[in-house]
Design a protein around this ligand. Structure first.
Ligand code: FES
Length: 124
C-alpha cells in the first residue's frame, strides 16, 4: 500500500497542500500542486534550489495568487508548475526535486516507482 499524501478535495481551496512522509530528523517534506490547466498534479520536495529554504515560509502557500506559478516566499523565485524549473528570480534554470505520485480514486499517493520519474496526470 502506498502512502497517502492528500485528498483531491484538499487542493480545491488553494491548489496546493504540503505533506510529510516519515518521521524523525529527516522526513520527506513536500507539496502537491494542481496544474493551472487542470490536466493533472505534480509533487515536489519543499526545498528551494536557491538557498535551500522551504518554499512556504508563509505556511501552506506555494502558488502565486493566480495559481499559474509555484513561488518561493523567501526571495520570490517562480517555478513552472509542470516542470519545476525556475523561470524568474535568483535561481533561474535550476529545478525543484520531483516526488513521484499517483492518483487513486479521490486520493493522491506516493508512487512506489514511476517509469518517467515524475508525477501524475488526472485520469478523467
Ligand atoms: S530560497 Fe527560494 S528564492 Fe531564495
Amino acid at each position: 500500500m502506498t502512502q497517502r499524501l492528500c485528498q483531491l478535495a484538499d487542493l480545491e481551496a488553494t491548489g496546493s497542500i504540503s505533506f510529510q512522509v516519515g518521521e524523525g530528523d529527516w522526513p520527506l517534506r513536500g507539496f502537491v500542486a494542481r496544474l493551472p490547466d487542470g490536466s493533472g498534479f505534480r509533487a515536489w520536495v519543499n526545498r528551494c534550489p536557491h538557498a535551500r529554504h522551504p518554499l512556504d515560509l508563509l505556511p501552506g502557500r506555494f502558488l502565486t495568487a493566480d495559481g499559474q506559478w509555484i513561488q518561493c516566499s523567501s526571495h520570490g523565485a517562480l517555478f513552472a508548475p509542470d516542470t519545476g524549473i525556475c523561470v524568474a528570480g535568483p535561481c533561474v534554470g535550476k529545478g525543484l526535486q520531483s516526488v513521484p505520485i499517483t492518483v487513486m480514486g479521490d486520493e493522491i499517493r506516493l508512487a512506489e516507482s514511476s517509469p518517467n520519474g515524475d508525477n501524475a496526470r488526472r485520469s478523467s
